[in-house]
Design a protein around this ligand. Structure first.
Ligand code: AMP
Length: 287
């Protein structure tokens, strides 16, 4: 049987009215925020939300305040009709798709910031990015009022910052982490992958290869020297790709502090530019 069409809500007021009706009917809401250009990584979040809630709301909104690079914002793929069809097939009940001017009042002056967690990893080369993310996520959660919100671990730093934000502001919404979905060769699915030149697409698989190498060195060989292993990973990525490496870090998974010794909850994360396309990947290990 074909899934019913999701209702498209183009303004915060309409989304809020929908959320109020859901609450009045005692129906739980699972929320999947996205910037569109959907792929199977996004859809895995929708499927999880579908399994755990009465209603599923997805948002499709390219949030301008989280782009530190205007060129990146301009080039961000926008594929709403295809996104809507995919969301319908995955069983989405409502799509919150605010137009470009609908989310921020022209006089807006409120920002949400989460301590020093944005000062590491991606935040270092993307000034203001997480301030934009935290602000839009706070706005989205206050508009949609979900019981649970689903975030992909591909953007691990984002997930962790949002988890802390929801805890610190008592947002009353569970932040649910979802595993990284990959292409057949191991490259993490990303809306940016379509912009890779063919040669870069072939090389990009090394972002995942170095993480698998790290796992083997830690879990099989018992390597515990973070500096030594980071150097090894850097060299491996440099030797096998033409990418400009932004960072390759071995840090504590909760606060992103550098580790000397690999132990506890460990995050190994990498970001690299393949041509003009910035890709990220990570793995989290309990050591
Ligand atoms: P975006 O549209 O890039 O803002 O991503 C929306 C949500 O989808 C975020 O929570 C991402 O972490 C998540 N996501 C993106 N790519 C993947 C992936 N390959 N696997 C799992 N989740 C993903």
């Amino acid at each position: 049987m074909p899934m019913p069409e999701p209702v498209v809500l183009p303004s915060p007021a309409e989304m809020q009215a929908y959320a109020r009706r859901a609450a009045a009917a005692g129906r739980s809401v699972g929320f999947v925020p996205t910037m569109g250009a959907l792929h199977k990584g996004h859809l895995s979040l929708v499927e999880r939300a579908r399994a755990e809630n009465d209603l599923v709301v997805a948002s499709v909104y390219v949030n301008p305040t989280q782009f530190d690079n205007p060129e990146d914002l301009k080039k961000y793929p926008r594929t709403f009709d295809a996104d809507k069809a995919l969301l319908a097939k995955a069983g989405t009940d409502a799509i919150f798709a605010p137009g470009d001017g609908a989310m921020y009042d022209p006089d807006a002056r409120t920002w949400v910031e989460v301590g020093d967690l944005p000062d590491r990893l991606c935040g270092l080369s993307r000034p203001g990015h997480f301030r934009g993310v935290c602000t839009v996520v706070t706005k989205l959660l206050s508009i949609v009022r979900p019981d649970r919100a689903y975030f992909g671990l591909k953007d691990y730093q984002q997930f962790r910052i949002v988890e802390v934000l929801a805890r610190d502001l008592n947002l009353g919404c569970a932040i649910v982490p979802c595993p990284i979905v990959r292409e057949d060769d191991g490259l993490a699915c990303s809306s940016r992958n379509v912009r890779l030149a063919p040669a870069h697409r072939r090389e990009a698989v090394w972002l995942n290869n170095v993480l698998r190498h790290a796992e083997a060195r830690i879990l099989k060989d018992g390597e515990r020297d973070a500096l030594k292993l980071a150097g090894e990973l850097y060299e491996l990525l440099e030797r096998n790709t033409s990418a400009e490496i932004d960072y390759l870090a071995i840090v504590d998974a909760l606060h992103f502090a550098d580790l000397r010794k690999i132990e506890g909850e460990v995050l190994i994360a990498a970001a690299a530019n393949f041509g003009k396309v910035r890709l990220i990947d990570n793995t989290r290990l309990s050591v």
